[in-house]
Design a protein around this ligand. Structure first.
Ligand SMILES: *[C@@H]1O[C@H](CO)[C@@H](O)[C@H](O)[C@H]1NC(C)=O
Ligand SMILES: *[C@@H]1O[C@H](CO)[C@@H](O)[C@H](O)[C@H]1NC(C)=O
Ligand SMILES: *[C@@H]1O[C@H](CO)[C@@H](O)[C@H](O)[C@H]1NC(C)=O
Ligand SMILES: *[C@@H]1O[C@H](CO)[C@@H](O)[C@H](O)[C@H]1NC(C)=O
Ligand SMILES: *[C@@H]1O[C@H](CO)[C@@H](O)[C@H](O)[C@H]1NC(C)=O
Ligand SMILES: *[C@@H]1O[C@H](CO)[C@@H](O)[C@H](O)[C@H]1NC(C)=O
Ligand SMILES: *[C@@H]1O[C@H](CO)[C@@H](O)[C@H](O)[C@H]1NC(C)=O
Ligand SMILES: *[C@@H]1O[C@H](CO)[C@@H](O)[C@H](O)[C@H]1NC(C)=O
Ligand SMILES: *[C@@H]1O[C@H](CO)[C@@H](O)[C@H](O)[C@H]1NC(C)=O
Length: 456
């Protein structure tokens, strides 16, 4: 080694003596390349390595509208910082299908119901706000006191939502790795059966993508049976996440379609980034919830959730053919761009939270598992008016991240195991409170044409 270095050294000396100008140029060029390379690695390649000086916390501006982050340093009292912001109660939550959304439905319904807030509530006993069609002014119950929360299945419909929601409304949503989401949709919506994939094939998803055109046509066809809430002509395998976020993708038939233009897709994604304060990611569920808590200035109790299956959301593709995944990436291109973009913004948010963010995530996981165990005990006992005294509540102790609070059987029943019970309860109470308004409103004819009306 030493020999090599000394040889190299004497070679350099000879070169410098023989051709000083050439030697100088080589040295300067090498130095320049080195600087540019390290600069690039530091700034663009590893932005996450660059931890900020101090942890920060979300706050709203004086209009309660735009969002900025309050820097605070380690020596400041975290409890005080946590209490210095104001709880955000007005929000719209958009969800992709099969993205841990009934889990979050329980979270948001419990939040709003316990605070007597007003929901944008689907008509009759429906569960969708005209999904997968754009929302219209005729897709929800009228309310004499305005609205605070929109959380049922809806396509992000900017004009309608901005018209009915308060000025300081925050827009949030959740998405999932597109292939993992595809598999879940495929199973839940029985796509293989409806499109006529033979029951004896070993991998229905591979079979579907091997003959995409044929099965897609069969699935979306007018004659297709058992499609439940999905209307004719609507694809459940293509760009579903982007569709739910209002990207113009040619549905309803005849409307604008940007799916062939990556530039137009990216422009829409950037537009969403300006409108949405937080796009959560199923693969980073706990981190997303802690970001949500900080953004909304909520407490731990407000982000507790019930879903026994949440740990199973890892991305399993072992048995799927690589060609199938490539075909889906081509077919559902907008969703992949969408996911990649917002996975990056999520980690950008996280990196700006500082190192104590992960302490908070860790603590929240502990609290969540206590609550999960407690509520499973309650569900096992069943609904009662009085519970045995050793399970009548569970107490979560105080820490820098939370005040002490209790969780009761009632909280468990609001969060799960079926969060739709609370949705229907809200609908019934809404009708009692707004009976007069509803009677007037029912006289206005529903002029949505049949091909613009959701059945669910
Ligand atoms: C950190 O916060 C404390 C308490 O507010 C303050 O006294 C101190 O000057 C701050 N330090 C820095 C480096 O900002
Ligand atoms: C932080 O602030 C809270 C509430 O203002 C107070 O009760 C607590 O004692 C403070 N903690 C420290 C370490 O100063
Ligand atoms: C909920 O709020 C409405 C209107 O703001 C009010 O009329 C009603 O009494 C409240 N209900 C409860 C239980 O506080
Ligand atoms: C599946 O069943 C069809 C007829 O029902 C048959 O023609 C085909 O060979 C079977 N395929 C496999 C892989 O068993
Ligand atoms: C997108 O491209 C495909 C294939 O080139 C074509 O069949 C389709 O009509 C195009 N769609 C639009 C909306 O331009
Ligand atoms: C995906 O798209 C690329 C580029 O358009 C094409 O070369 C490739 O064959 C496509 N793959 C599949 C499986 O359709
Ligand atoms: C999301 O982003 C993180 C951080 O950049 C990266 O490590 C991870 O692989 C991405 N997740 C997925 C599922 O693409
Ligand atoms: C509560 O008490 C009952 C009987 O007294 C016991 O069977 C049960 O395991 C206890 N439950 C918990 C969660 O401690
Ligand atoms: C439907 O009714 C609303 C008001 O009730 C009206 O503003 C709208 O123009 C009507 N739309 C059509 C297509 O008639």
């Amino acid at each position: 080694m030493a020999k090599l270095v000394s040889q190299l050294y004497s070679w350099c000396v000879r070169f410098a003596k023989k051709k000083p100008n050439a030697f100088f140029t080589v040295v300067v060029t090498a130095l320049f390349v080195y600087l540019v390379f390290t600069g690039y690695m530091l700034c663009c390649k590893y932005p996450l390595l660059e931890l900020p000086r101090v942890p920060s916390s979300y706050v709203l501006d004086f209009n309660g509208q735009t969002l900025y982050e309050l820097d605070f340093n380690e020596s400041q009292n975290l409890t005080q910082v946590r209490k210095s912001c104001k709880e955000q109660i007005n929000f719209v939550f958009i969800k992709g299908m099969k993205c841990a959304t009934s889990t979050l439905l329980g979270v948001f319904y419990r939040f709003g119901y316990t605070r007597n807030l007003s929901f944008v509530s689907p008509l009759n006993d429906k569960m969708y706000l005209n999904w997968p069609f754009p929302m219209t002014r005729r897709s929800f119950r009228p309310s004499g006191r305005g609205y605070n929360i929109l959380t049922d299945h809806a396509v992000y419909t900017e004009s309608v939502m901005e018209a009915i929601m308060p000025k300081d409304t925050l827009y949030i949503s959740i998405i999932r790795e597109p292939f993992a989401q595809l598999k879940s949709v495929f199973q839940y919506f029985k796509v293989a059966k409806i499109s006529g994939v033979p029951a004896n094939v070993s991998s229905p998803v591979d079979e579907y993508f091997a003959h995409l055109e044929r099965y897609e046509k069969a699935y979306t066809d007018h004659g297709a049976k058992y499609r439940w809430c999905v209307p004719d002509g609507f694809s459940m395998t293509r760009n579903l996440l982007s569709h739910c976020h209002g990207m113009p993708l040619g549905f309803p038939p005849g409307s604008e379609d940007v799916s062939n233009s990556t530039a137009a897709i990216d422009r829409y994604i950037e537009h969403l980034d300006r409108k949405f304060s937080l796009v959560m990611i199923v693969e980073y569920f706990y981190e997303s919830l802690v970001l949500l808590r900080r953004l909304m200035c909520w407490g731990f109790k407000d982000i507790l959730f019930i879903n026994a299956n949440i740990a199973k959301y890892d991305f399993q593709t072992n048995k799927i053919k690589p060609e199938t995944m490539e075909a889906h990436r081509n077919w559902s291109n907008a969703d992949y761009r969408f996911y990649r973009y917002f996975n990056k913004t999520l980690w950008g948010h996280i990196s700006r939270q500082g190192p104590r963010f992960f302490e908070e995530v860790k603590e929240f996981k502990i609290v969540e598992s206590l609550v999960q165990d407690y509520c499973q005990t309650i569900y096992a006992i069943g609904k009662r008016s009085v519970y045995p005294s050793n399970v009548s509540e569970t107490v979560i102790p105080q820490s820098v991240w939370t005040d002490q609070f209790t969780v009761t059987p009632n909280d468990c029943w609001m969060l799960g195991p079926n969060p739709y019970e609370l949705l229907h309860q809200v609908q019934r109470e809404h009708d009692v409170r707004e009976a007069a308004l509803l009677a007037e409103w029912n006289k206005i004819p529903d002029n949505r044409t049949e091909n613009m009306k959701s059945t669910c």
